[in-house]
Structures are given as structure tokens and as C-alpha cells.
Ligand binder design. Structure first.
Ligand SMILES: [Zn+2]
Length: 443
């Protein structure tokens, strides 16, 4: 299936508006989470109105007594995981200091990290794996970049543990591969793993020792081992969140290595669940402006170059993968004509290589793209992922497949899909990347 990913107010979306769409079934504005289109970016007051707040598939699954979890390589308060549980007029309000920066009116709103620990449905999530120790107020390395420090002095992972203890629930909080592997998964109901001060390290930078951080595949394996204990089934979202980050930095090697980690995680998940009763959806939430230049030879390294193309007027080599905007912009004026970087003899396959870009941006700020993205599905009702649909259709199919949320009254097999927002547009997909992928096993 192809998904149309635009936000209500942007032709090219961000990951908060997209997460709201495919997790609640309702399209939203740029940078907003878990609220409908009446809430504009930064409008705290509108986001607090009950009629503007949306339930996500996380809530629907919990209402049906399924266990739920999230695994991401980004912060656990980042846009995609937050789309499951947060209601916020600004995805940047991951911690209290960002709300303070937004002015007095915003102070009425609760930061996303606190929503994760204090509010339903996040409070009842059984598995929470990702980065984000800083946003959560846990101790971070003194050299950690300051992205969203807490000003209230609260230690939310500790509060999360206290909450579970007060409710008499078995629980564990882990921060390293060693701790993750020492878990008694069959005897622990709630598991939180925070494996990064900010995000979980890129796969190409990851400390692979026991003191380091787990591979995405291992996080997914632990999550499924825990969640499949529930006879009513489960909902799990897995995000390869750093695919997107590698692309924002214009570094194809980083992005593609993250994509391979995601592939391993998907394969592991498929081996662990019964595909007769599990719907698995693999998709991106949006595209990026990376494209594939013509005409490298078959077998050429995808991170390599086209050494010579007679139609290129400066006669110099160019990389197969390139961005229409990004930090890799590198053009100069020699007094007569515009010159670009000469890549002759340059190794373009390294993790820090920034591919050339047409429009200059700040470091890490290459933009998303607006093409449709692909959604692949397997398992019950996966045939409904067909043709071209609006992105919010994804939430409806997942809910329908497992008879939860708006479809909890379903009467299979005769009843047809109803109340599904469908697009009549037949778009043309030009590029499908996988900046954020996720899987949704729902037994
Ligand atoms: Zn992004």
C-alpha cells in the first residue's frame, strides 16, 4: 500500500503529525501529538480541551485487555513513541524546561516525559525501551549534549519504579545490555530500559560489550517475550528511529546501517510470533529528500559513485545517493562559474561522509520529503493494506484486524470495513525510504 503522509497544515509532514495519524486514525497538524486539527502548534489551551484529545491504538489495545509496549532507538519521549501516549501541542515539550521556554500560557500543559510516567495509557505500558534519560531526569554522562534537561529535579525512572512498587507490580529498570540480559522476563510485569542519555547510539557507534547498549533486535526479542505472555494478545510498536537521524545528517551510511538493524529486528519478530494470528505492519511515517542518481552499474556499492557520465557538464564523479537539501551542500564560486566538490579519490562510503545537497541547511537539518511511503503487511487482514490511502487509514486497519477501539463490535467474517477514511487519489510513488519503521503484532 502507499500512504499519503502530509499533515493537515503542511504538504510535507513531521513525525508528530504522522504518528498521530497512523496511531489514532485522525490526521493532525505539524508538530502536534495526540490532538486533532483544532489544535495548532503551541496552543496549550486548545490541547487541554477534552473534545480535542484523541485516543490511540495503545489505549484501544489496553481497553481490550491486551498488553502493550514500545521499542525505539530514539528518545522514549520522541515524536513516534509519544504518538502512542502523549497529548501535546508541541512535540518539543519532552521535558519541563521546554514548556517553561514556551511562556506562561504553556505552563498549564504537562511535559511528555511526565505523561509517560504519570498518565494513562503510558502508565500501563508493560515495555518501554529507548533513549531519553535526560528528558526523564535520570543521571546522564557529564559530557552529554544538553537537549532537554529537567528543571524540576524529578527523577522519572525512579518515580516509575515507585509507582509500580506501590501497586504491587513486579518491575525492572535497566540501562545496559548486561542488565537487560539479566532480567527474569517471565517474572517481571513492567520493564523500562533507557539505553541512551539522549537517543540510543547509532548502530555504527554502539558499544557492543555488556556495558554498552543492546541491538534493536535484542530489544524487540525481550519485548515480545514479555508481551506474548498475555493470552489476549498484545500491541507493540518498534521504531528504527535513527534511520531518520542519519538522513537528517545527510549521512547515508548511518541511515542504511540502521535500516539493516531494523530488518534484523523484523526477522526476529516474525520468528517469535504466530503469523496466523499476528498482523505485522512495516512502514515509514514519511520520506526524506534523498534520491538515487542515475546510472551506476549493477553491483556498484550503493554508497559509491558514478565516476563518469557524459551528460554531466563538469565531468566530475557524483555519489549514487544525494540529497536535494542538507548540510552536505558544498558549492563554491571560482569567479567564473559555480564549482562543486570534486569526489575523485574520495571514499564516500564512511559513516561520517555527508552526501552532496542542492540547498544548504544547518547540520542535522536535512528535511523530510513529501512522497507517498510504502506500507507492507502480513497476517490477518493484511489484504486491507492495498492501493493508495491516507496515512490515518493505518490505525483503522490495525484496530479492525484485532477488533479493538472503533471496531470492538466487529462481527467477522461477514462485516465489511466501515467508517474508514479513504482517499480517492491515485498517487504516484517516486521514492520510498524508511525513516521510521514499526511493527504491530496484535494477536
Ligand atoms: Zn525526521
Amino acid at each position: 500500500m502507499h500512504e499519503q503522509t502530509y499533515n493537515l497544515d503542511k504538504q510535507v509532514p513531521d513525525s508528530a503529525g504522522t504518528a498521530t495519524a497512523y496511531l489514532t486514525g485522525v490526521k493532525a497538524n505539524y508538530y502536534t501529538l495526540g490532538v486533532n486539527g483544532k489544535v495548532k502548534l503551541g496552543d496549550c489551551k486548545a490541547s487541554l480541551k477534552p473534545e480535542n484529545r484523541l485516543d490511540s491504538i495503545l489505549q484501544w489495545a489496553q481497553n481490550a485487555n491486551k498488553d502493550t509496549g514500545v521499542v525505539t532507538t530514539a528518545q522514549v519521549t520522541h515524536a513516534t513513541p509519544a504518538g502512542l501516549y502523549a497529548k501535546s501541542a508541541n512535540r518539543k515539550w519532552q521535558c519541563d524546561s521546554k514548556i517553561m521556554d514556551a511562556g506562561a500560557e504553556a505552563l498549564k500543559c504537562k511535559d511528555i516525559a511526565r505523561q509517560l510516567v504519570e498518565d494513562e495509557p503510558a502508565r500501563s505500558m508493560k515495555v518501554i525501551f529507548g533513549g531519553g534519560r535526560q528528558e526523564m531526569g535520570a543521571q546522564v554522562h557529564p559530557d552529554a549534549e544538553e537537549t532537554c534537561p529537567r528543571k524540576d529535579g524529578r527523577n522519572l525512572p525512579q518515580e516509575w519504579q515507585n509507582d509500580k512498587a506501590a501497586r504491587g507490580e513486579t518491575h525492572a529498570y535497566v540501562t545496559t545490555t548486561r542488565e537487560l540480559r539479566s532480567l527474569d522476563i517471565d517474572d517481571t510485569d513492567y520493564i523500562m530500559g533507557l539505553f541512551g542519555d539522549i537517543h540510543v547510539p547509532y548502530e555504527v557507534d554502539r558499544n557492543v560489550t555488556l556495558d554498552g547498549t543492546p541491538h534493536l533486535r535484542e530489544m524487540v526479542e525481550v519485548a515480545i517475550k514479555r508481551l506474548r505472555r498475555n493470552d489476549n494478545g498484545f500491541f507493540l510498536m518498534v521504531e528504527g528511529g535513527r534511520i531518520d537521524h542519519g538522513l537528517h545528517y545527510g549521512q547515508p551510511r548511518r541511515a542504511l546501517e540502521e535500516l539493516l538493524a531494523m530488518e534484523e529486528a523484523v526477522q526476529a519478530a516474525m520468528e517469535m510470533v504466530d503469523m496466523e494470528e499476528t498482523l505485522m505492519v512495516i512502514t515509514a511515517d514519511h520520506s526524506h529528500v534523498m534520491t538515487i542518481n542515475g546510472y551506476p552499474e549493477r553491483g556498484n556499492n550503493i554508497l559509491g559513485k558514478v565516476e563518469f557520465n557524459e551528460d554531466v557538464t563538469d565531468g566530475m564523479p557524483y555519489t549514487t545517493l544525494m540529497f536535494t537539501n542538507g548540510h552536505g551542500f558544498n558549492y563554491t564560486w571560482n569567479g567564473e562559474e559555480v564549482m562543486r566538490l570534486n569526489l575523485t579519490g574520495v571514499d564516500t562510503s564512511g559513516k561520517n561522509f555527508e552526501a552532496l545537497a542542492g540547498v544548504p541547511t544547518h547540520e542535522g537539518s536535512e528535511t523530510h520529503g513529501g512522497e507517498d511511503v510504502a506500507a507492507y503487511a502480513i497476517g490477518p487482514m493484511s489484504h486491507l493494506f492495498h492501493r493508495v490511502h491516507e496515512q490515518n487509514y493505518v490505525a483503522h486497519v490495525m484496530a479492525y484486524a484485532s477488533c479493538i477501539g472503533p471496531y470492538s463490535e466487529c462481527d467477522r467474517p461477514v462485516q465489511a470495513v466501515k467508517n474508514v477514511y479513504r482517499s480517492d487519489t491515485f498517487g504516484v510513488t517516486t521514492l520510498n525510504l524508511f525513516p521510521h519503521q514499526f511493527i504491530h503484532p496484535t494477536a
